[in-house]
Design a protein around this ligand. Structure first.
Ligand SMILES: *Cc1c(COP(=O)(O)O)cnc(C)c1O
Length: 248
């Protein structure tokens, strides 16, 4: 199967799930997760109209961003664990970061986001399984971190992201996704959209759902699904030097 075929199939799955959930066509954005894939593979997706790409490993991402610098309108999303020593490059080269789970990281991103660029869009990563070993904040910690991030300059808090443990029943996955949606709604209630700013970025994003569970995520309100394998095929090993495999 070619990337073009796969992209068509995934788009169809998204469209069908959106429809079945009674949601508006176009409600759900596809983020093509291109970690470990070559610049040529990304170009194949670009040729089919894909513009938003998700990367987890900074060094290889920067190389691809540079290789594709001439392609207009690309949108780069950092979705991997954010170590403090990587925030400067992330702030300078990405449009979005989905995986913020510490105030310290958000503070560094705010300080390091270049003045010449628009605000960086952020999601808070939530550990929806509530397991000590996983990245993401505990659900109970979301409101406090959200309030602190909203007070920082140069950042737009856009919503919440989660990567639930895939080894659970579809029913319990659905519960995790539904819980994330309820948490986002709670944030919106606390900070309603400012009147007179209908177009400004708002708490509008539920980043949840991957190749195997995007239908369940869309049924529970996902606005962005992060899909790698179903687009590009099974992933090769991550580049050497990336020891943090926690989201791989
Ligand atoms: C790799 C990755 C994905 C894509 O997973 P697939 O199962 O290949 O679709 C999505 N989200 C994050 C955070 C990832 O690291």
């Amino acid at each position: 199967m070619s990337i073009a075929d796969n992209l068509g199939k995934v788009s169809e799955r998204i469209q069908k799930a959106t429809e079945q959930a009674g949601r508006q066509a176009g409600d759900v954005q596809l983020l093509a997760v291109s970690k470990t894939r070559s610049a040529d593979e990304l170009k194949a997706a670009v040729a089919c109209g894909q513009r938003a790409f998700g990367e987890s490993y900074l060094q290889e991402a920067l190389e691809k961003i540079q290789t594709l610098a001439d392609v207009p309108d690309l949108e780069w999303h950092f979705i991997g664990p954010v170590q403090s020593n990587k925030t400067r490059a992330i702030a300078a080269h990405f449009h979005w970061v989905h995986s913020v789970d510490r105030l310290k990281v958000a503070q560094r991103l705010a300080r390091q986001r270049p003045e010449s660029m628009p605000p960086l869009s952020l999601c808070i990563q939530v550990n929806s399984d509530n397991q000590a070993s996983k990245s993401g904040v505990r659900p109970g910690e979301v409101p406090e971190l959200a309030a602190a991030i909203r007070a920082l300059p140069r950042l737009h808090l856009r919503g919440l992201m989660t990567i639930p443990d895939p080894d659970q029943s579809a029913q319990s996955l659905r519960q995790r996704f539904a819980a994330l949606r309820e948490q986002l709604y709670a944030l919106r209630e606390r900070w309603p959209r400012p009147a007179g700013a209908p177009e400004s970025p708002y708490l509008d994003t539920l980043s949840m759902g991957m190749s195997d569970d995007l239908e369940d995520a869309i049924a529970e309100g996902a606005t962005l699904v992060r899909v790698g394998t179903a687009l590009f095929g099974a992933r090769p090993n991550p580049p050497s030097g990336n020891l943090d495999r926690s989201t791989f």
